[in-house]
Ligand binder design. Sequence first.
Ligand code: SF4
Length: 99
Amino acid sequence: MTTRRVFMMQSVLGASALASGAAMAAAPAMVAETDANAKALAYVADAATTKNAKHKPGMACANCALYQGKAGDVAGACPLFAGKQVASKGWCSAYAKKA
Ligand code: SF4
């Protein structure tokens, strides 16, 4: 193998490693139920696990007016948790049914 060919392969590998690193950095972290903000809003990552009296069957981030994920996404942004993502099947006490 020529030096030039090795160099080109290294360049391709390096570029793809950079690209995957950028993709990982672009995905915000998930909100943890233990975050102070999450606790204040009684957020749970799985709506089925909440014992909060405000929760009614069927309520989940995926059908909340504040949820910014697309249909089918497992997580998306919520303005109440800036810089993080909430689970589509999550829920919090600020839930507002999507019109
Ligand atoms: S406001 Fe809506 S989208 Fe945001 S965490 Fe609460 S239920 Fe989920």
